[in-house]
Ligand binder design. Structure first.
Ligand code: SF4
Length: 359
């Protein structure tokens, strides 16, 4: 019997909490549960899109994997290694293989360093190659991202935002990584430049066999680049599926609300706008039961008390009591349509009750 290959990255029950300290002695009085029990896997050569509103914890997930912030609990396995169990010294060779590209190419490149110094820094830290070999690697990485070798002698301020993000990508590539965490890599760029950078990332993945965790709030770009998509809300994953399944039949009310805000030229995919009431609760004091219940138009009594377990249809996972009930009665497409109709009816009832003057 053959077993499926181990995924390049496997995350189980990841938690990253930040203590809240008060008083003169800075005693901990609570914790911000930025990431609170997140599990997923990314097979080699694939892309997982991680989406959600800002503040949902998706950036902390990316940083926790690389231990740029220390997770509180849970497991992270990369290429068969227990990342959380390693000392900082033992982690260093793995860090070369797991790189991150940050959102802001203005803030992530040191303005006092030449592009050469920026790219060479990682090679020096990881003791890779001698002078000529380093120059060869840096030139190759720049050219792969569409930048000329002459850029090595210049400073970041001499480049546009799109060019700086290409340099930031080259800084990751120069170390020949296997996994790249892309943390909102295009959201700071002009719209006209975004498509070029996304296409570059797609080409690099294909040509170099890279594996991506693509963190974004842009659902159209996530659909374009991702094999699988995970939706995050208040520190937890609420839905996780192959991209085609998720975009064809979103099941969680929160996912449906996110999708309803995306304009579509395809009439079959146009959805009535679902406006969620209220704000995202504080991750320092998450609601009991389903964390989405204070904002969910479909919330029932059980939602306020019982944390919904995962319901699975094929590779599609959702944490929602109502979705579980609908899936027990029909297929994912029917369940998705029924949940969408219920959300639209709830929104109409809400606006009707607001429009009706008190009798
Ligand atoms: Fe809404 Fe209940 Fe589903 Fe949570 S479990 S998303 S509150 S219907």
């Amino acid at each position: 019997m053959t077993h499926p290959p181990e995924p390049l990255l496997a995350v189980t029950g990841l938690e990253t909490h930040f203590p809240i300290r008060r008083g003169l002695l800075r005693r901990p009085v609570g914790a911000v549960r930025a990431v609170d029990g997140v599990s997923f896997a990314i097979p080699r050569g694939k892309t997982l899109g991680l989406v959600g509103e800002s503040g949902c914890g998706k950036t902390t997930v990316g940083r926790s994997l690389l231990r740029l912030v220390e997770p509180t609990a849970g497991g992270v396995r990369f290429a068969g290694h227990d990342v959380r169990g390693l000392s900082q010294a033992a982690l260093r060779p793995l860090r070369r293989r797991m790189q991150i590209v940050f959102q802001d190419p203005y803030g992530s490149l040191n303005p006092r360093m030449t592009v050469r110094a920026i790219l060479e820094e990682g090679l020096v830290v990881h003791r890779l190659g001698d002078g000529p070999e380093r120059l060869r690697r840096m030139t190759a990485a720049l050219e792969r991202t569409g930048m000329p070798a002459a850029a090595l002698a210049r400073y970041p301020h001499e480049f546009s935002g799109g060019q700086r993000q290409r340099i930031a990508i080259a800084r990751a590539l120069v170390l020949e990584p296997e996994l790249v965490v892309l943390d909102e890599p295009i959201s700071a760029l002009d719209v006209s430049i975004q498509a070029q950078v996304v296409n570059l990332l797609v080409e690099l993945r294909r040509d170099l066999g890279l594996t991506y965790l693509f963190i974004s709030h842009d659902l159209s770009v996530v659909e374009y680049i991702s094999d699988d998509v995970a939706v995050m809300y208040l520190g937890r994953l609420v839905e996780h599926a192959p991209a085609a399944d998720l975009y064809a039949a979103p099941l969680h009310p929160y996912t449906q609300a996110l999708f309803s805000a995306v304009p579509s030229v395809d009439p079959a995919r146009r959805r009535g706008r679902i406006v969620l009431p209220g704000d995202v609760p504080s991750p320092a004091n998450p609601p009991a039961g389903c964390r989405f219940h204070p904002r969910c138009p479909l919330a029932e009594a059980v939602c306020r008390e019982v944390d919904p377990p995962a319901t699975r249809v094929g590779a599609h996972l959702v944490h929602c009591h109502v979705a579980a009930r609908e899936l027990a009665a029909g297929d994912a497409a029917t369940a998705s349509a029924r949940i969408a109709a219920a959300l639209t009816a709830a929104a109409a009832a809400q606006s009707g009750s607001q429009a009706t003057p008190p009798g």
